[in-house]
Write a protein that binds this ligand. Structure first.
Ligand SMILES: Nc1ncnc2c1ncn2[C@@H]1O[C@H](COP(=O)(O)OP(=O)(O)OP(=O)(O)O)[C@@H](O)[C@H]1O
Length: 448
């Protein structure tokens, strides 16, 4: 049964301090800050923080020891400034938010893209600490983080304007910042891409070699670009029907040149100018950028004409005019895309690939030289590709069998086009029963 304690018991459980004990305690309280300072100076060890770190910040004891969480003035402290142009800026903000989760105070919404291990960027909505001062603990130490706006850094079209973070940690050991940055970036950093090898992508004869040679030439020509003052970038457009290997090839190219691949689909309805721009700015060095479905964001020529914008005009003032834009579902604008492609933010040495299934829908301004330097059609399977696919999946096949398969595919009166993705699906379906693949081929046509 729960009841009030007898006052007599309460008072009897208390100990009365003797005068000597009280004055010793008072003396200790007076001397404690100095003792702490000496220990901190000699051993770089912060007694209060050590004790504080033993308790949860929200517990009574944690609050008792914590006092003001900010490193006290006069104490040894270390500062780290992170401008918002730095790639770890958002990681740190998100990390601080996670640390503060128990007691969120001033948060702001951040819509961001993050890279999945596949290289694909996906949109996330996060709460992050808003502009102002925030406190948190890391490895038992007190941190103060000040997120402040910096008008001096303002830059049009740059997501990296306006702000910087000032981190202050008590103690003089700056390696804790390093630990924090490693942990912060670990929460959001993309893993290295496991790209399929180039040999696994079967394109029409010579296509792969031509593009690889072009990229190699670009990589070798950095001095030429500098000498003639030409922006050191190269853009490629791969166009053609779905499932013909455009994305797979680009990923394999990135692997071949040891580049990260950053993939952004323009059919993603939550994509905005700012996110696109930020991705272009924040893409790690040594990245190949892939903008997929480049037609998806902007409707077709008729849409543009209907809305009064002049197609083909080399202007960044035309805005997105597709029906989706009118419905307010898409906040990416044509001018935003062009600015992201060739604005100040675009890093030097950038290799950009764009893909589309509908090349005739593209605004000529988007694919003019400088933005797209090389175009390549990637089509349905031809005889050589079917043969190579067959040999790839049926390694021990006799030549006769290979020839027979190719003829089965092509010698049909009403032969529909077949994509490499469909062929791959066929081999997958008959992986345990390879001899039945010929009958499966008929089914493939029936499905069309
Ligand atoms: N040329 C090819 N060689 C080998 N595999 C291919 C080829 N084309 C497609 N595939 C296979 O089909 C699947 C889809 O291919 P991928 O996404 O590269 O096609 P895509 O041309 O980019 O299609 P979309 O235009 O729809 O984006 C992949 O899993 C890939 O393995």
């Amino acid at each position: 049964m729960i009841g009030l304690a007898d006052p007599a018991e309460v008072s009897s459980s208390r100990r009365t301090l003797t005068f000597q004990e009280a004055s010793a305690g008072g003396l200790l309280a007076v001397l404690f800050p100095y003792i702490q300072k000496v220990i901190l100076y000699v051993f770089d060890f912060n007694v209060t923080e050590y004790v504080t770190g033993l308790f949860d910040a929200d517990s009574i004891l944690g609050k008792m020891f914590d006092g003001n969480s900010a490193p006290a003035p006069g104490w040894a402290s270390s500062r780290l400034e992170i401008p918002s142009a730095d790639s770890s800026y958002w990681d740190v903000l998100e990390f601080v938010h996670e640390k503060q989760m128990k007691n969120p105070k001033h948060l702001s919404l951040s819509t961001d893209t993050r890279q999945a291990p596949s290289g694909k960027y996906e949109t996330f909505h996060d709460f992050i600490p808003s502009v102002g001062t925030h406190k948190f603990r890391f490895q038992g130490k007190k941190f103060q983080i000040e997120r402040k706006q910096d008008e001096k850094l303002a830059e049009p079209y740059s997501a990296k304007r306006l702000e910087n973070l000032v981190l202050t940690a008590s103690g003089s050991n700056t390696s804790i910042f390093n630990d924090m940055l490693v942990q912060a970036s670990g929460t959001t950093a993309a893993e290295a891409n496991a790209n399929a090898p180039l040999s696994s992508v079967v394109l029409a004869d010579g296509v792969s070699e031509t593009i690889l040679a072009d990229i190699q030439d670009f990589i070798d020509s950095a001095n030429w670009y500098t000498e003639f003052g030409v922006p050191y970038r190269r853009g490629y457009l791969l166009y053609g029907p779905p499932g013909t290997g455009k994305t797979s090839f680009i990923s394999a190219v990135a692997g071949n040149f040891n580049l990260n691949v950053c993939i952004l689909s323009l059919s993603d309805k939550s994509l905005t100018d700012e996110i696109l721009n930020r991705m272009m700015v924040e893409a790690p060095e040594d990245s190949l950028i892939l903008l997929e479905d480049i037609d998806a964001a902007f409707g077709n020529r008729d849409d543009n004409i209907a809305s009064g914008s002049k197609l083909g005009e080399e202007s960044k003032t035309s805005s997105v005019t597709s029906s989706t834009a009118f419905e307010g579902m898409n906040r990416l604008t044509f001018s935003g895309l062009l600015n992201a492609l060739d604005g100040v933010a675009s890093s030097e040495g950038r290799i950009l690939f764009m893909t589309t299934n509908y090349v005739d829908r593209l605004d000529p301004a988007l694919i003019r030289p400088g933005r797209v330097d090389k175009r390549q059609y990637i089509g349905y399977a031809d005889e050589s590709q079917v043969e190579r696919m067959f040999r790839r999946f049926r390694r021990n096949a006799e030549d006769d069998e290979v020839k027979r398969f190719v003829r089965e595919v092509f010698d049909r009166p009403e032969r529909p086009d077949i994509s490499l993705a469909q062929l791959q699906g066929l081999f997958l379906r008959y992986k345990n029963n390879p001899d039945a693949i010929f009958s499966g081929l008929s089914m493939l046509y029936d499905e069309k």
